[in-house]
Write a protein of this length. Structure first.
Length: 619
């Protein structure tokens, strides 16, 4: 089956969020992967350079546009500023600044362009630039002047906050363009933002028909999925500045559950200390409260947020009585509490340290009760993480005609989650096992895990038209999964499943981007994955990736992609659970999914600003 995916947006927000990893593995493995990639890249790079130079005799030479965006009051870089490049009134490219306030646009044809930078709380700045006719890099710096926000002048419109990148086909959500209900959660934004996605009654999001096979990245560090198969709710959407959704054509740095990569950029508002308290109330006992505070005036900045949301309409629709036709609100209660904090320290223009702490608790009624009259089954999910990241630029931090400063990213992360399900005290047991068909039981569930990980990557612009990135990601998981059967008297069944979790994942990759003038780009890569889970042993795979982009003009992009995917299961002792349920019959261990993935796509920007994407894929 080859499904078609169609999406459209009123804006295009290109921006490829690159994250990666590096963790010690046997040196032979790293060297072999690196040498294999270099052996592939050198002839391609030489060919690309030769092609570009030969093209100068026939067409205009492509050049790059680069620069930095800073706050005029203190010289601090502004991360997440929106950079728009226009030619003759048409949007040619759109991106955002990185954590160091830098932006870089590749392969613009020689000519004049209007470059506009916008950042909330600052006056927009536009410069007219001419791309270097020699094919080098044109550098333009922007110094933004703070302005007071006049709330009376702000007009809320119904424009979608979701845009489509004309060059990559990725969808992007921007908080500055979003005016949604205070009831909106992160999983709802995920569902509403990605074509081919659907949200299950339990809150999980399924993309391209896959069950929760996606991974969050928070400011460059992954947040592994929990024991329930997903994260449920992360934090209040207001802490998000930008989310990039990648649902195909993945670089080699993305492994694991990558049917969608959700790159989230959080933010610390610029300016002095600011606090905000808000609340709301509505029908179906819906109410919520939120508190935020921030300060970002020097080298140190912080942002904290706390939110509580309660509703009797957590899941829709309201059910109907099959006899009387009267509506009733069955098992729809939910209570969410989130807490998020971010601290950022910028000791120099080449160094950045970030610390993020998050905790979320979701308690809701379980909709799949065997007896409709019972309304007291409850499930509680706890999700939390702690990320510590460090970025360093080698060199002066300036993009030159021949190269760009290399960048090192080192990050560590900790993830804790749990799922606790307790049947209602008045539930009518309905589960039997073995040869005993008379005694019936309820099942309770107690699952918890801890994941520790480290991620390092190194990126460099090896040649004017070649970018190279290599890295690794390693994580270790421990925890327990306990399932218990209870009869109507409260006595436990002689059968139960109590198991410990113990496993780890290691990924190593090399990724490159090679530019052939302003029309072609090839992105080759290769990664190695190792997955160790209970009873499954060491499952591993070497996975090549290749994407070819053809940029016919600023409004049309064609691409073709092939990738070998390795999708490990959660590190869970599913074999013990099924072993007990099957009356002590051995079962097959759950093994990773190994797929060949092929995708072909076409992206088109209409003159009125609407961007469409049509893609077909085979998996």
């Amino acid at each position: 089956m080859i499904p078609l995916v169609h999406s459209k947006s009123l804006r295009a927000l290109p921006g490829r969020a690159l994250t990666g990893a590096l963790h010690p593995r046997p040196e032979r493995l790293v060297r072999s992967a690196a040498f294999a990639m270099i052996a592939l890249l050198v002839p391609l790079a030489a060919f690309a350079t030769g092609t570009t130079r030969a093209a100068t005799t026939r067409t205009t030479l492509a050049g790059d546009l680069a620069g930095i965006v800073t706050d005029s009051t203190n010289g601090q870089p502004l991360a997440g500023a929106d950079v728009t490049v226009r030619q003759n009134g048409q949007v040619v490219f759109r991106t955002t600044t990185d954590p160091f306030g830098r932006y870089l646009v590749h392969n613009l044809a020689t000519g004049a362009y209007d470059v506009t930078v916008r950042f909330f709380g600052f006056a927009a700045v536009t410069h007219t630039v001419t791309i270097d006719p020699t094919g080098g890099t044109t550098r333009v710096a922007f110094s933004m002047t703070p302005v007071a926000a006049n709330l009376a002048a702000i007009q809320v419109v119904a424009g979608t906050p979701i845009a489509l990148d004309t060059r990559t086909g990725d969808q992007t959500f921007k908080q500055d363009d979003y005016h949604g209900s205070p009831l909106t959660t992160t999983s709802q934004i995920l569902q509403q933002s990605i074509a081919s996605s659907a949200r299950a009654p339990t809150g999980e999001v399924h993309i391209k028909g896959q069950h929760a096979e996606y991974t969050y990245y928070i400011d460059g560090l992954p947040v592994p999925a929990g024991v329930s198969g997903s994260l449920n709710e992360l934090f209040d959407p207001q802490v998000v500045r930008k989310i990039d959704f990648q649902t195909g054509g993945w670089d080699a740095e993305y492994g694991g559950k990558n049917i969608a990569i959700v790159n989230i950029q959080t933010h610390i508002p610029s300016g002095g200390f600011h606090a905000n308290v808000s609340g709301y109330g509505g029908s179906f006992s819906s109410d919520g409260q939120s508190l935020t505070a921030s300060d970002n005036t020097g080298k140190f900045g912080f942002f904290v947020s706390g939110t509580r949301q309660e509703t009797d309409m957590r899941r829709e629709p309201v059910m109907g009585d099959t006899v009387t036709r009267a509506p009733f609100n069955f098992h729809n209660y939910g209570l969410d509490t989130y807490g998020f904090g971010k601290a950022q320290f910028t000791p120099s223009s080449s160094d950045l340290v970030t610390l993020e702490v998050n905790g979320a608790r979701t308690r809701f009624q379980v909709p799949f009760d065997s007896t409709v009259a019972q309304l007291n089954d409850n499930q509680t999910d706890i999700n939390s993480f702690l990320n510590l990241g460090y970025r360093h630029l080698f060199g002066a931090g300036e993009v030159t005609d021949e190269t760009a400063p290399s960048e090192l990213f080192v990050g560590t992360f900790y993830r804790h989650g749990s799922l606790n399900y307790v049947p209602g005290a008045t539930d009518q047991p309905s589960l039997t096992y073995g040869t005993d068909t008379v005694t019936k039981y309820n099942v309770s569930e107690d699952r918890a895990f801890n994941t520790y990980g480290v991620k390092v990557d190194y990126s460099v612009r090896a040649l004017p038209n070649v970018e190279l990135k290599l890295g690794t990601l390693t994580s270790f998981t421990t925890g327990h999964e306990n399932f218990q059967l209870t009869d109507p008297t409260g006595s436990h069944a002689p059968i139960q499943s109590i198991s410990a979790l113990d496993g780890h994942d290691v990924g190593v990759y090399v990724q490159s981007a090679i530019h052939f003038g302003d029309r072609f780009e090839i992105r080759p890569g290769v990664r190695y994955d190792s997955h160790v889970a209970p009873f499954a042993g060491d499952q591993h795979q070497i996975s090549p990736r290749l994407r070819i982009n053809f940029f016919a003009d600023p409004g049309n992009t064609f691409y073709v992609y092939y990738g070998r995917l390795f999708v490990p299961t959660n590190i869970e002792d599913l074999r013990s659970i099924t072993y007990a349920a099957q009356q002590n019959q051995a079962t097959t261990p759950t093994l990773p999914e190994r797929d060949h993935y092929v995708e072909v796509g076409y992206i088109h920007r209409f003159p009125i600003g609407v961007v469409t994407k049509v893609s077909g894929y085979y998996k």
